[in-house]
Design a protein. Structure first.
Length: 245
């Protein structure tokens, strides 16, 4: 059995491995032609400000899981990645105390629960630092049929997961056309279709900005998730103590 550990990447070699894993998962597996390059690295302008949480296979000296974490206070003027899809003007005062998460991926040979659990625990341990009050990020879904997205949107509204508290909305360039409430949906069926990442955020106690944004880079619909630390489900708060990074 592989020996897996979770840690913050602390050398150029580990960070490069994280970028290469992201390329493998987000570019090659998803077959996104316009993101292909000769370097085999998936990287953007925000990475230099981020902490890169990784799961390593110690025996193979291999990065097998990645979570990108961006403390909001590091990009006060630039803004976080979510700002490229959503208008966060109403969240400006809270942004310095926010931790943005994203670019989560796992090597195809390690997609068992242990790898994701290590990433999850490590992320919660980092979020447990006193400097953070809010956890946020874009949770992506794929919906080839508009009716699937409308059903998901309706489910979130039906369950009162959505908020307008900060007046966050998609940028005009990322608005979803013909998004609408379709009426009551079967909750068990709708929940079953959710990506595991969104299920996890909801179990933590996350809320969802009402309207999703369209991400043309990855061809996904992104829901902006926000979790306030003091509203987190109590059973998960122990991770702040157990998994400090």
């Amino acid at each position: 059995m592989s020996k897996l550990i979770v840690k913050l990447a602390d050398c150029p070699e580990e960070i490069e491995q994280a970028f290469r894993l992201r390329y493998q998962v987000f570019v090659e597996e998803e077959n996104i032609a316009h993101m292909r390059n000769d370097t085999g690295i998936e990287q953007d302008e925000y990475d230099e400000y981020c902490e890169h949480l990784i799961v390593r296979d110690e025996e193979k000296d291999l990065v097998v899981g990645v979570y990108r974490m961006l403390p909001g206070h590091r990009v006060k003027e630039k803004g976080i990645y979510t700002c490229t899809e959503f208008d966060l003007t109403g969240f400006r005062e809270q942004l310095p105390r926010a931790l943005e998460i994203g670019r989560t991926c796992v090597h195809p040979d390690y997609r068992e629960s242990k790898t994701m659990l290590l990433l999850w625990n490590g992320m919660l341990g980092y979020f447990g630092r006193d400097e953070f009050t809010y956890l946020m990020g874009c949770a992506s879904v794929r919906a080839d049929d508009p009716s699937e997205l409308n059903a998901l949107y309706s489910y979130f509204c039906q369950k009162s997961y959505t908020i307008d508290r900060y007046q966050i909305a998609p940028l005009p360039s990322h608005r979803v056309e013909n998004l609408h409430y379709v009426g009551e949906v079967d909750e068990k069926t709708a929940f079953g279709k959710l990506p595991p990442m969104i299920k996890g955020y909801l179990r933590l106690g996350s809320e969802i900005v009402r309207e999703p944004a369209y991400d043309p880079i990855f061809n996904t619909y992104d829901f902006c998730m926000i979790l306030t630390k003091d509203q987190m489900s109590p059973k998960y708060q122990r991770h702040f103590i157990d998994s400090k990074l």
